[in-house]
Design a protein around this ligand. Structure first.
Ligand code: UDX
Length: 439
């Protein structure tokens, strides 16, 4: 099949290369010339394990191309929309300008019988609105909504081996036409019996925001328990292990710590609340405001904890922050809890040095007033405290004995409950973590 992918950011670039792996001929379109040039040269414009190999393999087949000209999308049977839907500046709502612009540009090449399949996370009601627009301008062209659930760091695996396929389809016979085309796109995935939910537009749009809201709620739930553990002397890690043994709860996404960040969870719960308000159903989601509040409180608590271990004052104290990415195996610093904490510490007078295995370049660009170092040893040189705020394997595997030689005083704050507390305390470190007793 011939496929186009409009928007070659994180989602689109991985989707385009993955579709080649499934046997299709794909053109990826993006307005960013530098990004297109990098992708054409088989260079990943972002850090994602396994993506560059996949890209190289896909380009070598001769069935993958990238372009800045949407005219090159002509003739594709399915056009995937993979553009961003960031949070509007100063508001909770999602900014749909990129989705609207992508659809507008596609109208020039779209033919009857072709399907525009949205993958971006959008407020419920968007697909129906776009279907009216597309159907009005190109009668016989269809719109489907096909949300994507990929996690950064596992993007290739999640795209090629998704847990489920969700299709939001138009009503009537057009629904069958769009479903058959999507089944053809995902033929190897469908053939392996991957669960599929074929439904209406609104449900498909909501599946995505509901899933992300659930995950955010799960994280904030355990972080609320961490607050209580701090008040009572209980241990949130053991608590999570114990409740997680119940299959109905499950242990995954119960890691207490600095909370969630990134380009999806925070903005998705806010956009969901904003949309519920527009629909007159805001009461249904007021709990998400609390989910957001709990999450943001963890960052403030981390700064307080740093002040506590630094004898009540941050002024002039040297603090090493290990981690800048919003999570490990990513160079993404959007709404990064680690950088938020680093910036707060600096504002309150600490001398902060941040390091990260992948996100230092992005950090320097977006947070120019922060000081970045290439290695944990460099960041921690003569430090009065070390904060581990993103649980990269490199940091979990640090040798606390050798690392202790670098710092001025052995105080470690484990913002992700990721370190071996016993090993660090045995090496003479004062160990503090969110939701756990001092070690
Ligand atoms: C998320 C969803 O998981 C994915 O399905 C969706 O398509 C996009 O949004 P992603 O943003 O890549 O994916 O990251 P995820 O692994 O979900 O982590 C989100 C944040 O939650 C990270 O900051 C992570 O550190 C934090 N987190 C995760 C916790 O604090 N505790 C946990 O137990 C799990």
């Amino acid at each position: 099949m011939r496929i186009s992918v409009i928007g070659c950011g994180y989602l689109g670039a991985v989707h385009a290369a993955s579709m080649v792996e499934l046997g299709h001929e794909v053109v990826g379109v993006d307005v960013d010339e530098k990004r297109v040039a990098a992708l054409c040269a088989a260079r990943a414009p972002f850090y994602e394990p396994g993506f560059e190999d996949l890209l190289q393999r896909a380009l070598a087949t001769g069935r993958l191309g990238f372009s800045t000209d949407v005219a090159d999308a002509a003739g594709a049977q399915v056009h995937f929309l993979c553009v961003g839907t960031p949070q509007k500046h100063g508001e909770y709502a999602a900014d749909l300008r990129y989705v609207d612009a992508a659809v507008e540009s596609l109208l020039a090449v779209l033919q009857p019988g072709e399907v525009v399949a949205g993958k971006s996370t959008v407020p419920v009601g968007t697909a129906a609105r776009l279907a009216d627009l597309v159907g009005g301008k190109v009668p016989g062209a269809l719109v489907a909504w096909n949300p994507e659930f990929l996690r950064e760091g596992f993007a290739v695996q999640d795209t090629l081996h998704p847990d489920r396929l969700v299709y939001g389809l138009p009503a009537g016979p057009d629904g069958g036409t769009a479903e058959r085309l999507l089944d053809e796109v995902y033929a190897p995935i469908v053939a392996r019996g991957t669960p599929k939910v074929a439904t209406d537009y609104a449900t498909a749009e909501m599946v995505k925001t509901a899933a992300n809201s659930f995950l955010a709620t799960k994280i904030s739930f355990i972080n609320a328990m961490a607050e209580l553990c701090e008040a009572t002397g209980a241990d949130v890690k053991q608590l999570a292990d114990a409740i997680g043994h119940d299959d109905r709860i499950g242990r995954r996404f119960l890691n207490a710590g600095l909370g969630f960040g990134g380009g999806c969870l925070p903005k998705d719960i806010r956009a969901f609340m904003a949309r519920a308000g527009e629909l007159g159903a805001d009461q249904a989601l007021t709990f998400l405001r609390e989910v957001d509040n709990i999450n943001m409180r963890r960052r403030i608590r981390m700064v307080e904890l740093a002040r506590e271990v630094l004898d009540g004052s941050l002024l002039g104290k040297r603090v090493a922050v290990l981690g800048a990415a919003f999570k490990p195996d990513s160079d993404d610093i959007r709404d990064s809890p680690a950088l938020n904490v680093a910036a707060q510490l600096q504002l309150q007078g600490a001398v902060v040095r941040v390091t990260d295995p992948a996100a230092v370049d992005n950090g320097r660009r977006e947070w120019p007033h922060l000081d970045f170092a290439a290695t944990p040893e460099e960041a921690a040189e003569r430090a009065n405290a070390v904060l581990v705020l993103t649980e990269w394997r490199q940091y979990r595997e640090l040798d606390p004995v050798a690392f202790g030689e670098v710092v001025a005083s052995r105080r470690v704050l484990d913002g992700r409950n990721a370190l071996d507390r016993e090993a660090w305390t045995a090496a003479g470190w004062t160990y503090r973590a969110l939701g756990r007793r001092a070690g």
